[in-house]
Ligand binder design. Structure first.
Ligand SMILES: NC(=O)c1ccc[n+]([C@@H]2O[C@H](COP(=O)([O-])OP(=O)(O)OC[C@H]3O[C@@H](n4cnc5c(N)ncnc54)[C@H](OP(=O)(O)O)[C@@H]3O)[C@@H](O)[C@H]2O)c1
Length: 214
């Protein structure tokens, strides 16, 4: 399958590397492809680096792994025509570091970054997920408790969510995925970030997750 990954940071590289390792044809999109010039050779697999528009045109399924504050700008550079009709797996969090650490959320309570992306691109099937775990855990949940911990999905399109759940399960090995509902439920997972950040500080590692019991 052809996959486009927006974002050249740790999340973009982790997702792209894993998906390429599984045999898919991956293009990472960045504003500055030159900065990742040597990276594909280091990880192997079928990965290329291009512009955001090239990655968007390439991918049948797209991942948004850009900085939350730059996500709408990155998607504009990706160009709406290259996005329309596709699933966009949105991993970004609306973190605002402008006042230092810990960051605040630049959108919350009555709106979310996932919704802003969905509103801006009504023909894109936005599915918010993976934003509640650290990068390495996204593609290898077995690192913790044999994978017995939870991930969430939010999105308006039931078929798109089902495809994403299948992908998270079969590609990355997630066993416990809770469908929270439509894209407005992304408010909840994005507003989980303030406690995620405090847990990170308290535990001294980002390698943790939550398990929901009832
Ligand atoms: N790090 C984690 O473990 C983790 C876990 C869960 C969720 N997340 C979320 O996943 C996303 C990626 O995180 P990250 O740590 O990999 O990297 P990051 O430093 O948050 O984001 C890096 C990427 O954002 C792009 N970007 C930043 N500002 C932009 C702008 N104005 N226009 C277009 N692109 C812009 C950069 O593009 P260029 O390459 O063009 O410079 C780069 O590709 C974030 O939203 C983060 O909150 C991260």
């Amino acid at each position: 399958m052809k996959i486009g990954v927006f974002g050249s940071g740790i999340v973009g590289q982790t997702i792209a590397g894993k998906v390429a390792e599984l045999g898919h044809d991956v293009m990472v999109g960045t504003r500055d492809p030159a900065k990742l010039q040597d990276w594909p050779g280091k990880i192997g697999g079928n990965v290329r680096v291009g512009s955001l528009a090239e990655a968007a045109a390439h991918g049948e399924i797209l991942f948004n792994a850009t900085n939350g504050g730059g996500s709408l700008e990155a998607l504009a550079l990706a160009k709406e025509a290259n996005l329309n009709g596709k699933i966009l797996i949105d991993i970004a969090n609306p973190l605002d570091f402008s006042q230092g650490m810990p960051p605040t959320l630049f959108v919350s309570n009555t709106d979310s970054l996932g919704e802003q992306i969905q509103h801006t691109y009504p023909q894109v099937k936005v599915v918010k997920t993976l934003n509640t775990v650290t990068a390495s855990l996204m593609v290898n949940p077995q690192q913790l408790a044999d994978g017995d911990h939870h991930l969430f999905v939010s999105g308006n399109d039931a078929d798109a969510k089902a495809q994403v759940v299948h992908l998270l399960t079969s590609w990355f090995g997630w066993r416990q995925i809770i469908d929270l509902g439509d894209i407005t439920t992304a408010r909840g997972t994005e507003m989980y970030l303030p406690i995620w950040l405090r847990l990170w500080g308290a535990l001294g590692t980002g390698l943790f997750n939550i398990k929901v019991v009832k």
